[in-house]
Design a binder for this molecule. Structure first.
Ligand SMILES: Cc1ncc(COP(=O)(O)O)c(C=O)c1O
Length: 395
């Protein structure tokens, strides 16, 4: 049954992580603390569950496989709920502080003291769905206007979800990277504030806030587990998720932090390309991957500074495995609980199964019967019609 993973066409590159101070300093402990204090006080906050996939671990010859399921996160369907909304708040805070000539406290924003100034602000962002939903939710929550730029392939359901949160959604004729470029042009022309999950030269404050927000998820894992996992499989879009989780784990667990492997679609392998080149490297997206959240051609510059220092290996996975992996989780493997997830959630799972079943990869990833693996299931069903279509198909 796992033959298709064993024989799948993957590309793997082993990196040479130095574990320099960048890994724990770019995203400081204080920035994680501040994000955690704020986000865990929001109404509806609840740690997301971690499921033990004992059946799968047995089949793969591993000691344990844990799956952190981000579907229930704040009712928004993905871990992204933690980042964009928090970065909206911090961006509003920075803008008000500049205008007022003093540091404005978050409490002053929350208690409505600056409501009329905030209502004049416009937050803009590019997204393939989940980040924009979080930004729209944050802008609505804190009272700013919001414009979200999506590319040609973003599904109508995901677009509607952002409009329902009060955002004006603008469809761009191009890919994700083209939408990012358009936000930069429009922000410059109209004086709007970009809250992006990716950073570029000269722009990193909001992406750092976004990643600090993701740290809440990583700390939930640290608090829940009795010992660190040996391996961590993380899906990569621009690299923000992977960088935030790895930075948190290194702060909390030091040398006992797990060996991290970044997993990307073969159609959008910008982090893999960066690892090979030894520098942030863009790839051209010729075709959209089913894993919409991972369809990014340019790495986040600031995330890459953490990743190049800390990732053990980068792997690309084929499209053909995405739907089978979604079905595997939804149906439960060998007695494991059933988990309904979206396409971007399963990349880490696919990377793990390919690694564990292919003898050469298993060796390179140092997976064995003592391995305890953590996977981040980064989204629940964020597009029900796509999920139904995947489930209607057969392996
Ligand atoms: C569900 C999901 N998983 C993973 C990612 C990748 O995160 P990053 O772009 O920070 O690497 C995204 C990005 O949008 C996503 O939506």
């Amino acid at each position: 049954m796992l033959k298709q993973y064993e024989t799948a066409k993957t590309d793997f590159v082993t990196a040479q992580p130095r574990f320099g101070s960048e890994v724990i300093e770019i995203l400081s402990r204080t920035s994680f603390d501040e994000a955690e204090d704020e986000i865990t006080a929001w109404e509806g906050y609840k740690p997301t569950p971690i499921f033990d996939l004992t059946g799968l671990a047995g089949i793969l010859g591993l000691k344990a496989v844990c799956y952190k399921h981000e579907g229930p996160r704040f009712g928004l369907g993905s871990f992204k709920a933690l980042g964009g909304a928090y970065a909206v708040l911090r961006s509003i805070q920075r803008e008000l502080s500049d205008a007022e000539g003093r540091k404005i406290a978050v409490e002053e924003i929350r208690n409505g003291h600056f409501a009329s100034q905030i209502s004049e602000m416009t937050i803009i962002s590019a997204t393939d769905g989940n980040h924009g939903r979080s930004v729209a939710w944050g802008a609505q929550r804190f009272g700013a206007k919001c414009r979200i730029y999506i590319h040609a392939e973003v599904s109508p359901f995901r677009s509607d979800a952002m409009q329902k949160l009060g955002a004006k959604v603008i469809r761009i004729n191009g890919d994700y990277d083209a939408t990012v470029a358009q936000t930069r042009i429009d922000a410059e022309e109209f004086g709007w504030t970009i809250v992006s999950d990716t950073s570029w030269p000269g722009y990193c404050l909001a992406p750092l806030d976004v990643m600090a927000g993701y740290g809440v998820m990583a700390r939930e894992i640290v608090r829940k587990l009795s010992e660190p996992p040996t391996h961590l499989f993380l899906q990569g879009g621009v690299g923000g998720l992977a960088a935030a989780v790895i930075a948190t784990f290194h702060q909390e667990w030091g040398n006992a932090a797990p060996r991290s492997i970044v997993v990307e679609p073969e159609l959008a392998p910008c982090l893999f390309a960066s690892a090979k080149a030894g520098a942030p490297t863009s790839v051209k997206i010729e075709e959209e991957t089913l894993m919409a959240g991972l369809s990014c051609g340019e790495p986040s510059q600031i995330a890459w500074k953490i990743l190049e220092n800390s990732v053990y290996g980068f792997i690309t996975i084929p499209e053909t495995l995405v739907a089978p992996a979604v079905r595997m989780l939804a149906n439960g493997q060998s007695g494991d609980c059933r988990i309904e997830v979206g396409e971007s959630a399963v990349a880490g799972l696919i990377g793990l199964i390919c690694g564990a079943t292919n003898p050469s990869l298993r060796d390179k990833m140092k997976l064995d019967c003592e391995s305890r693996v953590m996977i981040i299931g980064s989204e629940g069903v964020t597009d029900p019609s796509l999920f139904q279509a995947i489930m209607a198909d057969q392996d």
